[in-house]
Design a protein around this ligand. Structure first.
Ligand code: AOS
Ligand code: ZN
Length: 384
């Protein structure tokens, strides 16, 4: 397949919460024109897809995107040229979850948490979503606070019950995170823990790599490569970090890392949707305007992918076999150092798109329109 064809087929999922108000632990700076309903989030996601051509799905978050009629939401999305993507559960914003959700020592709280996960699968049945994405804030702040091993048993049981509820074409994606909000123990802290649980659960359980969820210096492409080899990589949550879970725009902090990740994807032939990897963004735009920030992020992933597709695999293989360390490294760096912007402008023109989606957004007047029209009601946010 040609580089252009591969890029034309690329799919990136945007998160509904990236269009809504968000902030840090210290302050949410509200922006004007922010969606007030899940429908308006879909309007914004549709604009991103119209301009980039490669972002046709939007991930939902329950309860932030709760509506009365999910079938109606799905057809609203369809009418705007997009589809509903992964359903993200939320068992971290209820007072009952102070000491955990599915790992909580009280069976009644665990039941409530699992009930929510099962409800998310009911919603997926109505939205036509394939993926249930699970992230747990469960953990401990102090040694002795709870029994670490018992919590793993409770987690395993909750995952087993949720997985058993999935339809044959649905999947459960388990996300890990090194720390935060818990600081002493996190119940799913790393890819190894997520992988071990998914292995026991079978084919429908897969690991999600959120690029912001590792210790500084972690070699994420190694994890990508390992999980691909094991057939256990289900999805990415792309974003950028300088320190921890910063949730900045993908490709902003370390475009080279994004390239190295996409290189592993290309090597494994896992870019095409048929390979079953969902490439999602998981970001919050606290300072910058949200829609152009999502567009920029999609383009950053696309740029990294284009460079990865340019790697000369024949030359790389030859250098590796010959033990030519410098030569092999040079093959990779040649691709990374290629300016792919002309190629991408050309690709967009081929696809009937504006070659510069950010500029096209600015010219479109959409930013002014939503400020004018989205008056009254309550701006959507993450409910923290
Ligand atoms: C939290 O740190 C995670 O990255 C999750 O992916 C979370 O589910 C997402 O931010 C939506 O709440
Ligand atoms: Zn995430």
């Amino acid at each position: 397949m040609s580089v252009k064809d591969a890029l034309r087929g690329q799919r990136i999922e945007t998160p509904s919460w990236a269009y809504a108000n968000s902030g840090t632990r210290f302050k949410v700076f509200a922006q004007q024109g922010v969606p007030r309903t899940p429908y308006e989030k879909i309007d914004d996601a549709a604009v991103v897809h119209r301009l980039t051509g490669i972002a046709p799905t939007v991930a939902l978050h329950i309860p932030w995107d709760r509506v009365d009629d999910y079938g109606k939401l799905a057809s609203y999305a369809r009418d705007r040229g997009v589809a509903l993507g992964a359903v993200n559960s939320n068992v971290f914003q209820d007072d009952d979850y102070k000491l955990g959700s599915v790992c909580h020592p009280d069976p009644l709280v665990r039941r409530k948490a699992v009930g929510h996960l099962l409800e998310c699968v009911d919603i997926m049945d109505r939205t036509g979503s394939r993926d249930l994405k699970l992230w747990f804030a469960d953990g401990l702040n102090y040694p002795g606070q709870d029994d670490i091993r018992a919590r793993q048993d409770r987690l395993a049981e909750a995952l087993r019950e949720t997985c058993a509820r999935l339809g044959p074409d649905q999947r459960m994606l388990l996300e890990y995170k090194l720390f935060e909000p818990a600081f002493y123990v996190t119940d799913v802290p790393d890819w190894g823990t997520a992988y071990a649980h998914c292995l026991t659960l079978g084919d429908q359980a897969q690991v999600v790599i959120d690029t912001g969820h590792h210790a500084p210096g972690t070699n994420i492409e190694f994890i990508v490569s390992f999980l691909l080899r094991a057939g256990k990589l289900g999805a990415f949550d792309f974003n950028s970090r300088f320190y921890a879970d910063d949730d900045l725009m993908a490709g902003a902090a370390d475009p080279f890392q994004l390239f190295r990740i996409m290189h592993e994807i290309v090597l494994a032939d896992a870019l095409e949707p048929a390979a079953g990897i969902t490439f999602m963004l998981d970001q919050c735009h606290n300072l910058e305007p949200k829609i152009p920030a999502v567009i920029r992020s999609v383009l950053n992933v696309q740029e990294a992918t284009a460079k990865a597709l340019l790697v000369d695999h024949g030359a790389l293989d030859e250098a590796q076999r010959a033990g030519d360390v410098l030569g092999a490294n040079a093959v990779l760096m040649d691709a990374y150092n290629t300016d792919v912007r002309p190629l991408l402008r050309e690709l967009r023109e081929d696809m009937g798109l504006d070659p510069d989606p950010v500029a096209a957004y600015r010219r479109s007047g959409y930013a002014e329109q939503i400020v004018r029209e989205r008056v009254g009601g309550e701006a959507a946010g993450w409910g923290a």
